[in-house]
Ligand binder design. Structure first.
Ligand SMILES: Nc1ncnc2c1ncn2[C@@H]1O[C@H](COP(=O)(O)OP(=O)(O)OP(=O)(O)O)[C@@H](O)[C@H]1O
Length: 460
């Protein structure tokens, strides 16, 4: 936080506004305009006098502020961001902040930034993309990715083609649909394939450690810092691809810091005074609806705008059941190699595989087949209705079968306990408390078994 200035005289404020290259507008608590910088007058196409004789409500009605970010702050009482098209035809990102005295909102200050450069950069990327998509050739593939359904074929075609560009990619989809696998393949098929692929699960790193992990630090930057200092994950991704999984879990503070790195292409380790130039390709993934996160104020609009160059939605497995046989074949070959066991499936088992809802998607299917291979038919619940989740078999029954080795027995028990804790509701923090383990461990374990915490914690 900057040092608090108790009061500031109007002459100083005037000079600040005059000298600023930002589009600044200051209003009182009713939305009346008190001051505006010359560049704000230019971008909104009105003289200082016209602006100062008006208020944000009238200017919004006239389409000058379309929409007014200050009006939103007055309604919500907290900082807001909006995208505006100004009367001079510019696209700007406007942010506004409440100014409080003794807790009462007394003024609102807004700042807007021109997105024209950013948009030109996007337009160029889109042009490259379109040109590549028009090239008449065999539909491209991504190694190791099953894509026999039309939706997956389209997705793989898009990703294989954008792999060669610098464009950021947002992978959207439920847990276990293959976001990480796709990100890896995009990296392998990009010109950065020989560089590092750095994977970061934003949900698994506690907020307090996130900054030092991402940015790294110099020796002695804080108590507990490693003596020789440490490069951060951003630096480690230099020359390669940075994959940020569960980006929707990133707090607003870290979102701002990440945005700055993306804008400047520079990173500064904690305790350092020297910025280091970085060059990495960013791929992010989330199971959340990022647009809704933006709407509800949990995700920064400008970061969303910057990331969302190529959004790619991966459909859940239940919407592309035609791929199940090929995915089963892949896993069967893998299990044969791993355990030397041949998994054979009868008609009833196929019926189950083809009709189950697979809430944990491909990962759940693979885990299910592995259990079937190792523990036999006890992994199936034949009486369960076709599209419902099977009731997991009682742990003891499974443990009593002879074919179970210790690792599988421990996994089975762990999975059962997680499923039981999940059934009691709540998010990953509630489950962590219930099981007496850390929240990041819960996140990792849920991912391992293809499980999903259905609701967020009330305190998250
Ligand atoms: N289309 C596919 N073809 C082949 N294998 C796939 C496909 N989709 C997913 N898989 C396999 O499913 C498993 C889970 O995939 P992955 O870990 O990439 O999912 P995810 O969406 O990143 O999950 P989470 O959101 O939980 O991190 C992996 O073993 C992966 O190889």
């Amino acid at each position: 936080m900057p040092t608090t200035v108790a009061s500031i005289d109007s002459a100083t404020l005037e000079v600040l506004f005059e000298a600023s290259h930002d589009h600044l507008v200051l209003t009182d608590a009713s939305g009346r305009i008190l001051s505006a910088s010359p560049s704000a007058c230019a971008v909104y196409g009105l003289s200082m006098q016209a602006l100062s004789e008006s208020n944000v409500h009238a200017l919004e009605a006239q389409g000058v502020f379309a929409p007014s970010v200050t009006r939103k702050v007055l309604a919500s009482q907290h900082a807001e961001q909006v995208l505006q098209t100004t009367p001079t035809g510019r696209r700007v990102l406007a942010e506004a902040y409440p100014v409080r005295v003794d807790g009462r909102l007394v003024r609102v200050i807004s700042r807007s930034r021109d997105l024209t450069d950013l948009e030109q950069e996007y337009a160029e990327l889109q042009r490259q993309l379109d040109a590549q998509l028009r090239e008449p050739e065999q539909p491209p593939t991504l190694e190791g990715i099953e894509a026999s359904s039309p939706a997956m074929r389209r997705l793989v075609t898009l990703l294989a083609r954008v792999a060669a560009t610098r464009a950021s990619i947002v992978l959207l989809g439920e847990s276990g649909v293959g976001k990480t696998t796709l990100a890896r393949q995009v990296h392998r098929q990009s010109e950065r394939a020989n560089g590092p692929f750095v994977e970061v699960n934003c949900a698994a790193i506690p907020e307090t450690l996130f900054e030092s992990e991402m940015f790294g630090y110099l020796p002695g930057a804080f108590s507990g810092a490693a003596r020789q200092g440490k490069p951060g994950l951003l630096e480690q991704a230099d020359g390669g691809t940075l994959f940020l999984d569960e980006i929707g879990e990133l707090g607003l503070g870290m979102q701002s810091k990440l945005l700055k790195v993306l804008q400047d292409g520079m990173v500064m380790r904690l305790g350092d005074t020297r910025a280091r130039q970085l060059d990495f390709r960013l791929i992010v993934a989330t199971h959340q609806d990022l647009a809704r996160e933006v709407e509800e104020g949990r995700f920064r609009l400008d970061l969303y705008y910057r990331l969302n160059v190529v959004p790619a939605w991966i459909p859940p497995l239940r919407e592309r059941r035609e791929e199940i046989p090929a995915l089963v074949e892949r896993q069967r070959a893998r299990l044969k190699q791993r355990y030397g066991l041949d998994l054979s499936l009868d008609a009833r088992q196929w019926g189950y595989l083809m009709s189950h809802a697979w809430p944990g998607n491909v990962r759940e299917l693979e885990n299910h087949l592995e259990r079937l291979c190792l523990a036999g038919d006890t992994a199936l619940a034949p009486s369960s209705p076709p599209t419902a989740d099977p009731a997991p078999p009682p742990v003891l029954d499974e443990l009593e079968t002879d074919s179970l080795d210790l690792a599988t027995a421990l996994d089975t028990t762990e999975r059962r306990l997680l499923e039981r804790a999940l059934a009691q509701g709540g998010g990953t923090r509630a489950i962590a408390r219930r099981l007496g383990i850390s929240q990041p461990s819960v996140v990792r374990k849920l991912a391992k078994y293809g499980l999903n915490a259905k609701r967020p914690d009330a305190d998250e």
